[in-house]
Design a protein around this ligand. Structure first.
Ligand code: COA
Length: 289
């Protein structure tokens, strides 16, 4: 059976989200999550559809990729085809050939689960291990301790507060309430929560979004940040505890996050909130030739 590569229309986008949700489970390698599409949705449904790639065989979705920026493809597969040679070869061919519309020529990276066969095939095409990332995970079987910070769940009426904290936390962030409202039109929105932490002076100091993939499945944090004027007071730890508690309430079995290993502050914050490091993941990178 022939494998096809597709760019989805808006309907196909929902199918891709459903596939990603289904593929999440405990104990599998770090992988693309429906929440990643949910967060990307801040750019709108059309932009999200334009950034998604689907590989299909016999009508069944086998792999979903997200072009997260111009030069990074984040991709995962259904669990039972991680080592499927036909799929991995087809994906590698599509990824290396700019005319297939997956990645442009020049310096690009691919994030794939550690156990995906793609990791064995791409290096043959002049690729090498790129930037190290550290996934971290916290089990949610037991209740999460109180964060010790006033936490509010944010909706459309106060999304400007969440947006302000995000802009204050991430250098170069252009996040706006408008983007929040656009994000809220995405299919993954129903499984998400947006939290803001307020300090004793009543200032909004920390914010996080959490994305569930459904009952008994791993959820993720994306993004999490503390306003640059309010760092070093335990607010990062507190908002991360609150995020874990929110995911537990949504039925998630664990809370996960993936951060560049070079982001020492983030890794320390997650560890201090009860997250454990998983083996580092390396993107596959092709240098500009
Ligand atoms: C990462 C970030 C949230 C930390 O926020 P914070 O409020 O300063 O963190 P906290 O005060 O709660 O500190 C939590 C832990 O991290 C440690 N930590 C914080 N900043 C650190 C740094 N720059 N270097 C080393 N450790 C650091 C603290 O010592 C503390 O550890 P401990 O509990 O063992 O004492 C904040 O720096 C930030 O918003 N960065 C930009 C956005 C970002 O990178 N988000 C994460 C993306 S995945």
């Amino acid at each position: 059976m022939v494998i096809s590569l597709e760019k989805p229309g808006p309907d196909g986008l929902n199918e891709a989200v459903d596939a990603l949700r289904e593929w999440q489970s405990e104990g599998v390698a770090w992988q693309l999550h429906p929440g990643d599409l949910g967060w990307f949705w801040r750019s709108g449904a059309e932009a999200t559809a334009a950034a998604v790639r689907i590989w299909r065989r016999d009508g069944r979705i086998l792999a979903v990729g997200l072009l997260d920026g111009a030069d990074l493809l984040r991709v995962t597969t259904a669990p039972d085809v991680r080592r499927d040679e036909e799929l991995a070869r087809r994906m590698a061919e599509d990824i290396v050939a700019p005319e297939r519309g997956v990645l442009p020529p020049g310096e690009v990276s691919v994030e794939a689960p550690n156990d995906a066969l793609l990791h064995d095939l791409l290096p043959g095409h002049g690729w090498h291990a790129g930037e190290p990332w550290t996934p971290l995970r916290r089990d949610l079987t037991e209740p999460v301790k109180d964060p010790g910070l006033r936490i509010e769940t944010i909706g459309p009426d106060d999304c400007h507060v969440w947006a302000d904290v995000m802009r204050g936390a991430f250098d170069g962030s252009t996040f706006t309430p408008e983007k929040w409202r656009t994000m809220a039109t995405g299919a993954p929105y129903a499984d998400s929560r947006y939290l803001v932490g307020y300090d004793e002076q009543g200032d909004a100091v920390a914010a996080v979004a959490v994305w569930s993939a459904g009952q008994g499945k791993p959820g993720v944090l994306e993004p999490m940040g503390v306003h640059r004027d309010h760092r070093g007071h335990g607010h990062g730890r507190a908002i991360t505890f609150a995020a874990a508690a929110a995911l537990r309430k949504l039925g998630s079995s664990s809370a996960g996050v993936n951060t560049p290993s070079s982001n020492v502050a983030a890794v320390a914050t997650y560890e201090s909130s009860g997250f454990q490091r998983l083996p580092e993941v390396r993107d596959l990178t092709r240098d500009a030739s």
